[in-house]
Design a protein around this ligand. Sequence first.
Ligand SMILES: [Zn+2]
Length: 67
Amino acid sequence: MATQPEPCPYCHSTQLHLVHHLCTHAVCCQHCGACGPSERRVEKAVDLWNGVAHGFNHALPAAQAGR
Ligand SMILES: [Zn+2]
């Protein structure tokens, strides 16, 4: 199923961009440059980005993003 990324939790921009890095994907904000965790699957990357957007109080540190 297609999951839409939530607006950027930092600047509330909806100008989000899927970045491909080798074999991983991440959602990045084109406005402020914030990037979500990198994941092998696009859906998962969007999912994690949405997790950051929803739980902004405990934004994902890189260590947790590696799971
Ligand atoms: Zn932003």
